[in-house]
Design a protein around this ligand. Structure first.
Ligand code: FES
Ligand code: FES
Length: 129
């Protein structure tokens, strides 16, 4: 995460807990939602890493962002880039997720409590797919 933020200057990826609990730092590593705060840079050499800055270049990611805007999901916004990354990974792998799939995939924490809006946005993005 610090390579992404400090070296590469892409500050959309957030630091929350630093111990793989909150998901604020989530990025995609070869399409898998990955908590970058506990990921060593040398462990992902050669992997394709996507951060929130590029998520709208992916059609699923764009749909997720549009649904996030449509549902007005963010409150303070701090957790939301990680939430969008987790939701995009879910819909890339499971385009029509069940409620159980959503619950299992969306383990990121939100101190503002936007969970219901997040679930609505994921349903909306899935319906558009
Ligand atoms: S900052 Fe990485 S999971 Fe919380
Ligand atoms: S929107 Fe504030 S922490 Fe999630």
């Amino acid at each position: 995460m610090w390579v992404i933020r400090d070296t590469l200057g892409m500050t959309g990826t957030k630091y929350g807990c630093g111990i793989a609990q909150c998901g604020a730092c989530t990025v995609l590593v070869d399409g898998q939602a990955t908590r970058s705060c506990v990921t060593q840079a040398d462990s992902v050499v050669g992997a394709r890493i996507t951060t929130i800055e590029a998520i709208e270049q992916d059609p699923v990611g764009r749909r997720v962002v549009e649904a996030w805007v449509g549902q007005q999901v963010p409150q303070c916004g701090y957790c939301q880039s990680g939430q969008v990354m987790a939701a995009t990974a879910l819909l890339q792998q499971t385009p029509k997720p069940t409620e159980e799939d959503i619950g299992a995939a969306m383990t990121n924490l939100c101190r503002c409590g936007t969970y219901n809006n997040i679930a609505d946005a994921i349903r909306s993005a899935a319906a558009q797919g």
